[in-house]
Design a protein around this ligand. Structure first.
Ligand SMILES: Cc1cc2nc3c(=O)[nH]c(=O)nc-3n(C[C@H](O)[C@H](O)[C@H](O)COP(=O)(O)OP(=O)(O)OC[C@H]3O[C@@H](n4cnc5c(N)ncnc54)[C@H](O)[C@@H]3O)c2cc1C
Length: 278
């Protein structure tokens, strides 16, 4: 049975939450708790105290802005899946996180800061050129997703900072999401792909390709992007782009490196060809 007797701080406003974080930088932040509860149950986390954000409504919700959309860190996957103003591929991603119970409770911020290499949303923030807003008592910093994850579970977030929101700019192009897991729901991914390709007059003007679950952090496949930009999305371009993919996945409990390598290439090819067909 799960027992945790650590004191819980429960701020009601964002200012209170930020002040609480400054006073208790070693408290474990709790959002939806869908990752934290697993660690508590397994005994791998023994918090000295918890900073429960769940009642901070200012951290919740989706706001359309002049230059894109702002997503509060406490916004759940169910909120994303139901929001028509979200890029369709991000809604697709939301629907693959766990199953409905997890989507109702699990948050965008929790997925980002948990920083699992298998976190389904992480490649999507990379291809959407998202910017993370983090706040402490000293002020606000905006960090491009591409600079946030520094290594396995290491990120650009200080002990006194909270992730407060994600800005998704109004980007051009078609966005795609593919997750390969053992089954459709409640599956930790073996390979995740985020893809965005913009074309003008038949030529690719912008490309973003990012994979998750194939390395210690989610990462953009920049060689693939370079193989696409400036070219027509022909079968030959797709072949060259797939050939340019360089990943070095690990064998682990969910999959072998060979399988991941093969699947990553197959889904990249399939999604690029689907885009080419329009
Ligand atoms: C059965 C099950 C299935 C799952 N399936 C998937 C899946 O398919 N795909 C997937 O990607 N994940 C999956 N997960 C993992 C989890 O549900 C997601 O990562 C979820 O988005 C985490 O959000 P949360 O609010 O519950 O995070 P929490 O557990 O509350 O927190 C996660 C981490 O982020 C930190 N944190 C949270 N919010 C903030 C903040 N605003 N500022 C600073 N730090 C913060 C916490 O301290 C903790 O380290 C699954 C989990 C379970 C239990």
């Amino acid at each position: 049975m799960l027992t945790c007797t650590a004191p819980v701080h429960q701020p009601r406003s964002l200012d209170e939450a930020i002040a609480c974080r400054a006073i208790h930088p070693f408290a474990t932040v709790l959002a939806g708790g869908t990752d934290i509860m697993v660690y508590l149950e397994a005994g791998s986390l023994k918090p000295s105290s918890l900073l429960d954000l769940w009642k901070v409504d200012a951290l919740r919700g989706i706001t359309v802005q002049a230059d894109g959309v702002r997503i509060g860190a406490l916004t759940t996957w169910t909120d994303i899946a139901r929001e028509a103003r979200m890029p369709a591929a991000l809604r697709d991603c939301a629907r693959t996180v766990g199953a409905l119970q997890i989507q109702n409770r699990g948050t965008v911020g929790g997925n980002i800061v948990n920083a699992s290499p298998a976190g389904d949303s992480l490649p999507m923030w990379l291809v959407l050129d998202a910017v993370f807003e983090v706040r402490s008592w000293h002020g606000t910093r905006r960090i491009p997703a591409a600079e946030f994850w520094r290594g396995y579970k290491r990120m650009d977030l200080a002990a006194d900072e909270l992730l407060v929101g994600v800005h998704v700019p109004a980007v051009s192009g078609d966005v795609r999401y593919r997750k390969v897991g053992t089954r459709l729901a409640q599956a930790i991914s073996k390979v995740v792909l985020g893809l965005r390709v913009a074309t003008v007059d038949g030529l690719v003007t912008e490309a973003r390709v990012a994979f998750g679950s194939v390395g210690p952090t989610p990462a953009r496949a920049t060689a693939v992007e370079h193989a696409l930009v400036g070219r027509a999305l022909s079968p030959e371009t797709v072949d060259n782009a797939v050939a340019a993919l360089q990943i070095a996945p690990l064998d682990d409990i969910r999959s072998t490196a060979d399988y991941r390598n093969d699947v990553a290439r197959r889904i990249l090819r399939a999604e690029l060809l689907a885009l080419a067909r329009g």
